[in-house]
Design a protein around this ligand. Structure first.
Ligand SMILES: [Zn+2]
Length: 259
């Protein structure tokens, strides 16, 4: 039997106990257990669809058609997806007052659906759950857009003004929202424990937020199935699926079952 102090779960529980400002940073690995494919992974959507930049989207009807074909697949996946044990565990932590906020690279909205208040979630890459008109900025729900795609529209246009519609996500070739980044960076500076879950921590700003947290004195825990470039910075590394670990840790920590 392992000594408790060497057991990563016990170590994580110890870190949670001594934290007064926990920020959880989540990537694609957080949602794979909900059936959302990591588009970068093997068999991911990128192997069937070429990424379309915002510039290509604006300039070419063919590219817009490709883009919406890809989004239609993502929407169908999102329609089936439900928060997994990991999402529910984080929502429980929030409800119990132990979670200051979530910063996510995911665009599936599952953290909010699991019960975390929207003001406690920063979506670095925007959200697939809203469609925006690039001309009049009218917003519609994604389900309305999916219904139009399913009916055979290949490039849906704004019903108010005829302008181009796009999901409210950050596209390739488009910079992140500077206000969103400023808030995320502030959260990283203020936390005393950052839990990076299901992110390879390679693309920006995923790579820099944990660094900012560490630089300002926070502890860093990385839960991911593969190695990350920030592993040497971590106070604790757990090579596991996100949902399983978060469920176990939160159940133990709060003394109540999840689900
Ligand atoms: Zn419009």
């Amino acid at each position: 039997m392992r000594e408790p102090e060497n057991d990563p779960l016990q170590q994580l529980i110890g870190l949670l106990k001594s934290s007064s400002s926990l920020i959880v940073f989540t990537g694609a690995g957080m949602s794979t257990e909900s059936g959302i494919t990591d588009y970068r992974s093997k068999g991911g959507l990128w192997q069937r669809f070429q990424p379309v930049t915002i510039q290509e989207f604006m300039a070419s009807a063919d590219k817009r058609r490709d883009y919406w074909a890809y989004k239609k697949e993502l929407y169908r996946e999102m329609k089936r997806a439900k928060p997994n044990a990991g999402h529910l565990a984080l929502a429980r932590l929030e409800k119990a007052g132990f979670l200051a906020g979530v910063i996510t690279q995911n665009i599936d909205g599952l953290h909010q659906i699991s019960g975390i208040p929207p003001e406690k979630v920063i979506e670095l890459h925007g959200t697939n759950r809203k469609t925006v008109c690039l001309k009049c900025e009218d917003e519609t729900g994604w389900e309305e857009t999916l219904a139009r795609l399913e009916k055979g529209e290949d490039i849906p246009l704004c019903l108010q003004c005829g302008g181009l519609l796009k999901p409210a996500t950050i596209s390739f070739g488009q910079g992140l929202d500077s206000g969103v980044m400023t808030t995320a960076s502030m959260w990283a500076q203020r936390c005393d424990l950052m839990l990076a879950v299901g992110s390879t921590l390679i693309v920006e700003p995923a790579a820099s937020l944990p660094r900012i947290a560490k630089k300002h004195g926070s502890k860093l825990v990385i839960i991911n199935l593969s190695e990350t470039p920030l592993d040497p910075l971590a106070d604790l590394l757990i090579t596991e699926k996100a949902g399983k670990i978060l469920k176990q840790v939160v159940e133990f920590f709060l003394g109540m079952p999840i689900e």
